[in-house]
Ligand binder design. Structure first.
Ligand SMILES: Cc1cc2nc3c(=O)[nH]c(=O)nc-3n(C[C@H](O)[C@H](O)[C@H](O)COP(=O)(O)O)c2cc1C
Length: 249
């Protein structure tokens, strides 16, 4: 048996969960390939099962992920799958958002779970950084939850979290409005501290929408999705938000 784990992670939390899934299946001698949707556009339809995982933005899966699924998730003949959403608060609504689409492509959605991980969006006093103690607890809880998910999946037991129809519907309507703001976000809010920047170009290489052009200086186009990868992953924390350095996750 071999599985494909198809994922989008802005800053690494979803990737951490994906790595836990790989490890958990691995301990049962089941191999999984990881497919990062920001790098790969093709995936075989011949895997025995599939895992779809993404960060939650504004209560739903970001468009970069849902569009990829619509376009690139292979049409299969009744293959079992797991849908995982990763967010800061306990509940995410990604499962409800994609279950119908995956079913129409031939997937049997066995598991839908949301897994809380540390908040990466804490620019204002409303959205707070997760306290260190809670970060540790979240990582421990994620290990147990992933173990549970894999065990239930292998026993062919359904494990579907209830997800609010109303909140999903509202969030799906709000997301495109938020995205218009996100598209200009980097241009409006981010600058670079060139006394720190080493011009390693990691931000340019890693940006999932190719929104960063690095020539003499950094330039942002208008395709930012506000995933915060550039800000959190910069090796020298060179980005400035409202002219101040940001406390990286
Ligand atoms: C633009 C944006 C919107 C977010 N919206 C939500 C949200 O609606 N609910 C929530 O719990 N967390 C939200 N978060 C927090 C992330 O979902 C959370 O930190 C997640 O673990 C990040 O995963 P990643 O590192 O794979 O990108 C948001 C983060 C960003 C950047």
């Amino acid at each position: 048996m071999k599985g494909a784990i198809i994922y989008f992670s802005g800053t690494g939390n979803t990737l951490n969960v994906v790595n836990l899934v790989v490890k958990e299946f691995g301990e049962k001698n089941i191999e999984c390939d990881k497919i990062d949707i920001s790098k790969d556009n093709t995936v075989s339809k011949d895997y025995d099962f599939y895992v779809f995982a993404s960060v939650i933005h504004v209560y739903v899966f970001p468009e970069i992920f849902t569009n990829w699924l619509k376009k690139n998730a292979p049409i299969v003949d009744n293959k079992r799958c797991i849908v995982l959403s990763v967010q800061a608060a306990y509940i995410g609504y990604g499962g409800r958002q994609v279950t119908k689409m995956l079913s129409s492509k031939g997937y049997d959605v066995m598991v839908v779970r949301s897994i809380p991980m540390p908040n990466n969006y804490y620019f204002n006093s409303f959205f707070k950084e997760t306290p260190e103690q809670r970060k540790k607890e979240m990582k421990e809880e994620a290990i147990l939850e992933v173990r549970n998910i894999v065990n239930k999946f292998l026993k062919d037991e359904g494990y579907i979290e209830k997800q609010s129809y109303i909140i999903t519907t509202i969030s799906k309507a709000v997301y495109p409005i938020a995205l218009r703001h996100f598209n200009k976000w980097a241009r409006k809010k981010l600058t670079v501290d060139y006394t720190r920047c080493t011009k390693c170009k990691k931000c340019e290489k890693e940006c999932p929408t190719n929104n960063i052009i690095f020539q003499e200086n950094i330039k942002f186009k208008d395709k930012c999705i506000s995933c915060l990868r550039c800000v959190h992953k910069c090796p020298v924390n060179a980005f400035l938000y409202n002219n101040k350095h940001f406390n990286q996750m």
